[in-house]
Design a protein around this ligand. Structure first.
Ligand code: SF4
Length: 259
């Protein structure tokens, strides 16, 4: 391992992220996770939607520190298979501090009463509202006591990931506070992900075996053909289906949209 850079304060987040990314070049995901835990301790957590990459990271984290922090967003519209996997994770990794975030009850009630339970099919604006209420606002609360969050993003998932770094400086949209984003699997391929899952017997979402590379909310996700873009299964009824205040990655994980 190279020597870890000194923590210089949140105001220098961009500079610090670049320093970490340079120093951690070529490190294994486990080394990156270990160093992130060492540097940020209680102030870092994995954001998980229980996609294949997230399951790799949960397993790695548990081997490094069983009481590591993980959070997930239960939108109330997830597939049964995702809830089954959540229950499996709770049993298999009992010491993991897994926090399930829920939307604000009053906001959901008001939305459903005024616009209907499936409002998202009617317009992009409605879909963004639903995603805001069920995902973006709870994500803000999940990040409130963190200085860093861990994602399962990989560079080869989309073209715009080419400029991504192992550590990036992000801004918490609600508090406008800088926050680090760690991407330990940045250089991994889809094959490496599945090799890890199989080698270590890690559970995964049953929908992956039914043509779902991307697994999000049940009404907004469909299976894709083998030759289709993995993202084609998300919000398939829309032309431009990339923005909701969050980006949703090829395997269904949540990443806040920039800007
Ligand atoms: S993915 Fe669909 S159901 Fe889930 S929060 Fe967004 S619009 Fe709502």
């Amino acid at each position: 391992m190279t020597e870890k850079p000194a923590l210089r304060g949140i105001e220098n987040a961009t500079e610090q992220a670049a320093a970490w990314s340079a120093a951690w070049q070529g490190w294994t995901p486990q080394d990156i996770l270990a160093q992130g835990l060492a540097d940020l301790g209680e102030r870092v957590a994995l954001a998980s939607s229980f996609g294949a990459e997230d399951m790799v990271l949960i397993d790695m984290l548990y081997r490094l520190q069983p009481t590591a922090r993980v959070f997930t967003l239960d939108t109330g519209r997830l597939p049964y298979e995702t809830y089954d996997l959540l229950a499996t994770v709770q049993k298999r990794y009992p010491e993991l501090r897994l926090r399930v975030m829920y939307p604000d009850t009053a906001a959901v009630e008001e939305m459903v009463q005024t616009q209907g339970i499936n409002l998202f099919y009617e317009s992009v604006e409605n879909r963004k509202r639903c995603c805001y209420v069920r995902k973006v606002e709870p994500l803000g609360r999940a990040l409130a006591d963190l200085d860093g969050w861990i994602t399962g993003l990989r560079r080869d998932q989309t073209a715009n990931r080419g400029t991504m770094a192992v550590v990036e400086a992000d801004t918490d949209k609600q508090s406008q506070r800088p926050i680090f984003k760690f991407n330990p699997l940045l250089e991994w391929t889809w094959e490496q992900v599945w090799d890890y899952l199989k080698t270590h017997g890690v559970p995964y979402n049953a929908l992956h075996d039914r043509g779902y590379p991307s697994i999000g909310c049940a009404p907004c996700t469909r299976a894709v053909a083998p030759d289709e873009d993995p993202r084609a299964g998300r919000w398939w009824w829309e032309q431009d289906n990339q923005e909701c205040g969050l980006h949703v990655t090829a395997d269904g994980r949540l990443v806040r949209a920039k800007g």
